[in-house]
Design a protein around this ligand. Sequence first.
Ligand code: HEM
Length: 404
Amino acid sequence: MSDFDPDATIISVLTDRAAIADPYPRYRALREHAPIHRMAIAKMWIVSCFDDARAVLRDPRCGNPSPEMFEQGRAGIDGSMRRARSRESLSILQLNPPDHGRIRGLVARAFTPRRVEKLRPEVEAIADQLLDAMGGSGDFVSGLAFPLPANVISALVGVPEEDREFLRPLIGDLTVGIEPSASDDEIAQADAAGATMREYLADLVAARRSDPGDDLLSVLIHANEDGDQLTENEILINTLLIYAAGFETTTHLIGNMFRAFVANPAQLDRVRADRSLIPGAVEEVLRYDPPVQLDGRYLHESMEIGGHVIAQGDSIITLIGAVNRDPADFENPASFDVGRTETQTLSFGSGIHYCLGAALARLEGQVVLGKLLDRYETWEIVGEPTWRPRITLRGVEHMEVSLS
Ligand code: HEM
């Protein structure tokens, strides 16, 4: 395909909101024609092949923007980065070593496998309540895929049930800011939501200091490593991150899972016949149609990737949705196969920023799949779903379903 134009393809992937329903043919063309490509209009590289993308995410020379990069106006991939300049305003997702490791170590205490597994009965109860309320039809997103993770995160953090309705629209606004194409208005909207949530959480932290519980906030307040503790500000910023990182991603995992099974009924029959396939099926949804489609890094030193010399200060987008379908690493990558044995994907990132909530997200996906199988034989999508016009966190925002 000599007339293939990688820049136009990438721009359409990042900005063409009408084509969001199926970016995969464009990813494939990119991977085949320009797997490591430097955009002509920006100091930005796009990596769409698996091994090089994983190497980028794991390389200590690739990180978040440094203060100097902000000054040079290079911090454009993630909308929220454009104004989050002071060290104090950054969450672990945006920090570099050594700050990142120090704070992540303390926050990770809230995500031990035991603590996550302890949430299982609560996740099951929330799924049952929501499915009862849906009664087998209606909008799958507002009925199940959105409120389930929102309620689970609220339970994890320790937000009382009566306050959760108030937080829901705010957490909806919070994630808009991380899109490459976020407008200044959208970033302002995300900031305003963040400020309101921060105020709310500050009151909750004060309450937990005097009356600790078994929730994440209490763990963060009391987390201690060699006498080091999180400051109040670090607790608030990272709790906000957990809200932002942990609910819309999982909403899309649940929505993408439903769509994948409706489009592949033979795979649904396989899991129905053998429930031990459920964990692998959730991994396959994450590979086949990942909720986070891209990840970004900035070069702190020049380096060579796949024969290309990339300069210090340049940015790199790793296209997770593309690399997860690299035929060098996955057999028949475009087919949805719940029994797949190659399960190493980049859906939760790789390296030091690997998703802290991966075990929780998997648990939620597995519980939902199990509950839907228990309750319903026939799964249908009624009409065409509408898409959230976003590529970093990609998924449907409205999907009428009929379950019987
Ligand atoms: C299917 C659901 C999820 C997906 C696809 C997902 C994906 C990701 C990805 C790709 C990263 C790496 C970002 C980077 O490299 O810059 C990440 C980081 C992170 N995720 Fe998740 N995530 C999910 C669910 C969750 C949940 C449920 C939580 C928490 C309750 C969570 C908390 C975090 C945190 C705190 C980080 C930052 C880790 C760090 O920077 O050290 N995520 N996630």
